[in-house]
Design a protein around this ligand. Structure first.
Ligand code: GRF
Length: 215
Protein backbone atom coordinates (compact mmCIF):
# COMPACT_ATOMS: atom_id res chain seq x y z
CA UNK A 1 0.00 0.00 0.00
CA UNK A 2 1.26 3.52 -0.84
CA UNK A 3 2.41 5.65 2.04
CA UNK A 4 1.54 9.32 2.28
CA UNK A 5 2.62 12.13 4.57
CA UNK A 6 0.21 15.06 4.96
CA UNK A 7 1.42 18.61 5.66
CA UNK A 8 -0.95 21.05 7.34
CA UNK A 9 -0.84 24.46 9.02
CA UNK A 10 -4.22 24.83 10.69
CA UNK A 11 -7.77 23.52 10.72
CA UNK A 12 -7.02 20.42 8.68
CA UNK A 13 -10.43 19.79 7.17
CA UNK A 14 -8.93 18.48 3.93
CA UNK A 15 -6.76 16.13 5.98
CA UNK A 16 -9.90 15.02 7.81
CA UNK A 17 -11.60 14.30 4.49
CA UNK A 18 -8.65 12.09 3.56
CA UNK A 19 -8.78 10.23 6.88
CA UNK A 20 -12.55 9.77 6.49
CA UNK A 21 -12.13 8.41 2.96
CA UNK A 22 -9.46 6.00 4.18
CA UNK A 23 -11.67 4.86 7.07
CA UNK A 24 -14.59 4.35 4.70
CA UNK A 25 -12.44 2.09 2.51
CA UNK A 26 -12.45 4.60 -0.35
CA UNK A 27 -8.78 5.53 -0.06
CA UNK A 28 -6.33 2.64 0.16
CA UNK A 29 -3.31 4.52 1.55
CA UNK A 30 -1.23 4.32 4.67
CA UNK A 31 -1.23 7.80 6.27
CA UNK A 32 2.25 7.55 7.76
CA UNK A 33 2.29 10.96 9.44
CA UNK A 34 0.78 14.43 9.65
CA UNK A 35 3.28 17.27 10.00
CA UNK A 36 2.48 20.90 10.83
CA UNK A 37 4.66 24.00 10.75
CA UNK A 38 2.42 25.41 13.48
CA UNK A 39 2.51 23.54 16.79
CA UNK A 40 -1.00 24.81 17.65
CA UNK A 41 -2.61 23.61 14.42
CA UNK A 42 -6.03 22.17 15.23
CA UNK A 43 -5.53 19.41 12.68
CA UNK A 44 -2.65 17.92 14.69
CA UNK A 45 -5.05 16.90 17.45
CA UNK A 46 -7.52 15.49 14.93
CA UNK A 47 -4.75 13.38 13.41
CA UNK A 48 -3.45 12.21 16.79
CA UNK A 49 -7.01 11.29 17.84
CA UNK A 50 -7.19 9.18 14.68
CA UNK A 51 -4.06 7.33 15.79
CA UNK A 52 -1.77 8.90 13.19
CA UNK A 53 1.82 9.89 14.01
CA UNK A 54 2.13 13.67 14.26
CA UNK A 55 5.07 16.05 14.22
CA UNK A 56 5.23 19.82 14.73
CA UNK A 57 8.13 21.70 13.19
CA UNK A 58 7.81 25.36 14.09
CA UNK A 59 9.20 27.37 11.18
CA UNK A 60 9.78 30.34 13.52
CA UNK A 61 12.46 28.35 15.33
CA UNK A 62 14.60 28.15 12.18
CA UNK A 63 17.03 30.74 10.81
CA UNK A 64 15.49 30.85 7.35
CA UNK A 65 13.48 29.13 4.66
CA UNK A 66 16.23 26.85 3.37
CA UNK A 67 17.13 25.60 6.86
CA UNK A 68 13.50 24.98 7.73
CA UNK A 69 12.82 23.21 4.45
CA UNK A 70 15.85 20.96 4.98
CA UNK A 71 14.61 19.99 8.45
CA UNK A 72 11.11 19.47 7.10
CA UNK A 73 12.41 17.21 4.31
CA UNK A 74 14.40 15.20 6.84
CA UNK A 75 11.30 14.76 8.99
CA UNK A 76 9.16 13.79 5.99
CA UNK A 77 11.75 11.36 4.64
CA UNK A 78 12.00 9.58 7.99
CA UNK A 79 8.49 8.28 7.17
CA UNK A 80 9.56 7.20 3.65
CA UNK A 81 6.38 8.36 1.89
CA UNK A 82 5.51 7.65 -1.74
CA UNK A 83 3.64 10.96 -1.87
CA UNK A 84 3.69 14.21 0.10
CA UNK A 85 0.27 15.83 0.35
CA UNK A 86 -0.04 19.55 1.06
CA UNK A 87 -3.39 20.15 2.73
CA UNK A 88 -3.63 23.77 3.79
CA UNK A 89 0.13 24.00 4.32
CA UNK A 90 0.65 27.75 4.34
CA UNK A 91 4.33 28.02 3.49
CA UNK A 92 6.13 28.94 0.31
CA UNK A 93 8.50 26.07 -0.42
CA UNK A 94 12.07 26.53 -1.62
CA UNK A 95 13.04 25.29 -5.05
CA UNK A 96 15.39 22.68 -3.57
CA UNK A 97 12.57 21.21 -1.49
CA UNK A 98 10.19 21.04 -4.45
CA UNK A 99 12.84 19.48 -6.71
CA UNK A 100 13.57 16.85 -4.04
CA UNK A 101 9.91 15.74 -4.24
CA UNK A 102 9.40 16.22 -7.97
CA UNK A 103 6.38 14.18 -9.08
CA UNK A 104 5.75 13.15 -5.45
CA UNK A 105 4.29 16.40 -4.10
CA UNK A 106 0.71 17.51 -4.56
CA UNK A 107 -1.33 20.47 -3.38
CA UNK A 108 -4.92 21.63 -3.22
CA UNK A 109 -5.60 25.27 -3.97
CA UNK A 110 -8.93 27.04 -3.50
CA UNK A 111 -9.29 28.51 -7.00
CA UNK A 112 -9.45 27.39 -10.59
CA UNK A 113 -5.76 27.78 -11.36
CA UNK A 114 -4.13 29.59 -13.06
CA UNK A 115 -6.65 32.16 -11.78
CA UNK A 116 -6.01 33.50 -8.28
CA UNK A 117 -2.80 31.88 -7.09
CA UNK A 118 -1.78 32.96 -3.58
CA UNK A 119 -3.97 34.10 -0.70
CA UNK A 120 -7.55 35.40 -0.32
CA UNK A 121 -8.77 33.61 -3.42
CA UNK A 122 -12.48 33.85 -2.58
CA UNK A 123 -12.33 37.58 -1.83
CA UNK A 124 -10.46 38.19 -5.07
CA UNK A 125 -12.93 36.08 -7.06
CA UNK A 126 -15.78 38.20 -5.66
CA UNK A 127 -13.89 41.43 -6.38
CA UNK A 128 -13.31 40.35 -9.99
CA UNK A 129 -16.95 39.40 -10.45
CA UNK A 130 -16.19 35.96 -11.90
CA UNK A 131 -19.24 33.69 -12.21
CA UNK A 132 -17.35 30.43 -11.81
CA UNK A 133 -14.87 29.62 -9.07
CA UNK A 134 -13.54 26.38 -7.62
CA UNK A 135 -10.51 24.41 -6.56
CA UNK A 136 -7.56 22.64 -8.13
CA UNK A 137 -5.49 19.62 -7.16
CA UNK A 138 -2.10 19.78 -8.84
CA UNK A 139 1.45 18.49 -8.77
CA UNK A 140 3.72 21.11 -7.24
CA UNK A 141 6.40 22.95 -9.19
CA UNK A 142 8.72 25.64 -7.80
CA UNK A 143 6.32 28.40 -8.96
CA UNK A 144 3.69 29.29 -6.34
CA UNK A 145 0.35 27.52 -6.84
CA UNK A 146 1.39 26.20 -10.19
CA UNK A 147 1.85 22.79 -11.76
CA UNK A 148 0.23 20.01 -13.74
CA UNK A 149 -3.49 19.84 -12.94
CA UNK A 150 -4.86 16.53 -11.64
CA UNK A 151 -8.49 17.51 -11.06
CA UNK A 152 -10.57 20.67 -10.79
CA UNK A 153 -14.03 21.30 -9.38
CA UNK A 154 -16.06 24.32 -10.43
CA UNK A 155 -18.84 25.99 -8.48
CA UNK A 156 -21.09 28.92 -9.37
CA UNK A 157 -20.59 32.30 -7.76
CA UNK A 158 -24.08 33.28 -6.66
CA UNK A 159 -25.56 36.74 -6.29
CA UNK A 160 -25.28 37.72 -2.66
CA UNK A 161 -22.31 35.47 -1.97
CA UNK A 162 -19.95 36.58 0.79
CA UNK A 163 -16.37 35.44 1.12
CA UNK A 164 -17.59 32.93 3.72
CA UNK A 165 -20.44 31.42 1.66
CA UNK A 166 -18.22 31.11 -1.41
CA UNK A 167 -15.38 29.59 0.63
CA UNK A 168 -17.77 27.02 2.10
CA UNK A 169 -19.10 26.06 -1.34
CA UNK A 170 -15.56 25.58 -2.65
CA UNK A 171 -14.41 23.71 0.49
CA UNK A 172 -17.20 21.16 0.09
CA UNK A 173 -15.75 20.37 -3.34
CA UNK A 174 -12.18 20.25 -2.02
CA UNK A 175 -13.32 17.49 0.32
CA UNK A 176 -14.55 15.51 -2.68
CA UNK A 177 -11.76 15.99 -5.19
CA UNK A 178 -8.74 15.60 -2.89
CA UNK A 179 -9.65 12.06 -1.79
CA UNK A 180 -10.48 11.27 -5.41
CA UNK A 181 -7.09 12.48 -6.67
CA UNK A 182 -5.33 10.53 -3.91
CA UNK A 183 -7.30 7.44 -4.79
CA UNK A 184 -6.09 7.66 -8.40
CA UNK A 185 -2.55 7.90 -7.06
CA UNK A 186 -3.09 4.95 -4.69
CA UNK A 187 -4.41 2.87 -7.57
CA UNK A 188 -1.35 3.74 -9.67
CA UNK A 189 -3.47 5.50 -12.25
CA UNK A 190 -1.78 8.92 -12.22
CA UNK A 191 1.09 9.63 -14.56
CA UNK A 192 2.91 12.77 -15.52
CA UNK A 193 4.35 13.40 -18.99
CA UNK A 194 5.29 16.66 -20.70
CA UNK A 195 3.73 18.68 -17.91
CA UNK A 196 0.35 16.97 -18.27
CA UNK A 197 -1.36 14.54 -15.95
CA UNK A 198 -2.97 11.44 -17.30
CA UNK A 199 -5.49 9.41 -15.32
CA UNK A 200 -5.47 5.86 -16.62
CA UNK A 201 -8.58 3.72 -16.88
CA UNK A 202 -12.16 4.87 -17.03
CA UNK A 203 -13.94 4.08 -13.81
CA UNK A 204 -16.51 6.69 -14.71
CA UNK A 205 -14.75 9.41 -12.78
CA UNK A 206 -13.65 12.63 -14.33
CA UNK A 207 -10.87 15.15 -13.88
CA UNK A 208 -13.43 17.92 -13.88
CA UNK A 209 -16.30 18.18 -11.51
CA UNK A 210 -19.01 20.76 -12.07
CA UNK A 211 -20.85 21.19 -8.78
CA UNK A 212 -24.60 21.55 -9.15
CA UNK A 213 -26.58 24.49 -7.77
CA UNK A 214 -25.22 25.69 -4.44
CA UNK A 215 -23.63 22.35 -3.56
C1 GRF B 1 -8.14 25.03 1.95
O1 GRF B 1 -9.06 25.90 1.33
C2 GRF B 1 -7.00 24.71 1.03
O2 GRF B 1 -7.38 24.61 -0.29
C3 GRF B 1 -6.12 25.92 1.22
O3 GRF B 1 -6.20 26.22 2.59
C4 GRF B 1 -7.42 25.73 3.11
C5 GRF B 1 -7.07 24.77 4.20
O4 GRF B 1 -8.18 24.28 4.88
N1 GRF B 1 -4.81 25.68 0.72
P1 GRF B 1 -8.06 23.00 5.82
O5 GRF B 1 -6.90 23.26 6.77
O6 GRF B 1 -7.83 21.82 4.95
O7 GRF B 1 -9.36 22.96 6.56
Amino acid sequence: MKRIVILISGRGSNMEALIAARDAGRLPVDIAAVISNRPDARGLKTAADAGIATRALDHKAFAGREVFDAALAECIDSFAPDLVVLAGFMRILSEGFVRHYEGRLINIHPSLLPSFPGLHTHRRALEEGVRIHGCTVHFVTPALDHGPVIVQAAVPVLDGDSEATLAARVLAQEHIVYPQALRWFAEGRLSLADGRVRVAGSAGDSTVLIAPEDA
